[in-house]
Design a protein around this ligand. Sequence first.
Ligand SMILES: Nc1nc2c(ncn2[C@@H]2O[C@H](COP(=O)(O)OP(=O)(O)OP(=O)(O)O)[C@@H](O)[C@H]2O)c(=O)[nH]1
Ligand SMILES: [Mg+2]
Length: 297
Amino acid sequence: MSKKTAMITIAGRPNVGKSTLLNRMVGEKVAIVSNKPQTTRNRICGVCTKGDTQLVFIDTPGFHKPRTKLGDYMVNVVRESVADVDLILLIVEPIANVGPQEEALIAQIKASGAPAILVINKIDTVEDKEQLLSVIAAYTEKFNFETVLPISARYKDGVDALLKECADFAQESPFFFPEDMTSDQPERQVMAEIIREKLLWNLDREIPHGTAVEITRFSERDSGVIDLDATIYCEKQSHKGIIIGKQGAMLKKISTDARKDCERFMGTKVFLTTWIKVKENWRDSDFLIRNFGYDGN
Ligand SMILES: Nc1nc2c(ncn2[C@@H]2O[C@H](COP(=O)(O)OP(=O)(O)OP(=O)(O)O)[C@@H](O)[C@H]2O)c(=O)[nH]1
Ligand SMILES: [Mg+2]
């Protein structure tokens, strides 16, 4: 049986549910998710292999107007990920208005020449399903999508149908990844992302957006237990105080939440030690952005 593959980019504005959808399609949590925009910073590949077909999904940062050098980097990641793929999934909110981010993404889709599917997410929030017709009308006026699929990534509604549509775009080629692989993220990176997810869920406003996480030790004992040391960088001394919290309560909560997820992912006991350091305005420093691994991988 000859093998088939497709490289598929998931694009859309921040917070629309791209990473939630990626996790659903892959069947495992490979990308972090939060209720705050601009959660994803790097491109993340999730892999779904069924029989002779391998679908490689590229999750991208939410497309937005950048205000920092980190933002510039994130938007560039989207630009590069839209070029030269077999299919683009444009994920949108169930709103009958094509916003500036969507306009810009549609222009990039047109420039790439790749086929695109319009995916209307969060339909669980739409009471009157008739409303979806006006969403579809607004978008199909702008671009000739291959097809339109209303889904709910959260409730896995319509996700199997979407996977089937995606498989139609696979072309004969050897697999890019081993069959049992679900992500291209090294374990160290996954651990850092899990900690960043807990920062996003537990902290408000700008504070979590100004954090970066570096794993400084990842070592496995003979017993299989993993020792993990992580440094959380934040932008201000005052932020450091908030992350630590009253008598260390906040940092304790973040570390405990993170440790549990790290253990689930690694399938073994994890000892996690966290430190916090201040690096003023690191999001505008080319050197530090690269240092934290946002370097166009
Ligand atoms: N109601 C509802 N919420 C959803 C659905 N899919 C995702 N969400 C929520 O939307 C929020 C954002 O989800 P993410 O998957 O992090 O969104 P994203 O597009 O990857 O966001 P960025 O990485 O910031 O661009 C989270 O709170 C999700 O739980 C859905 O189908 N229905
Ligand atoms: Mg995301």
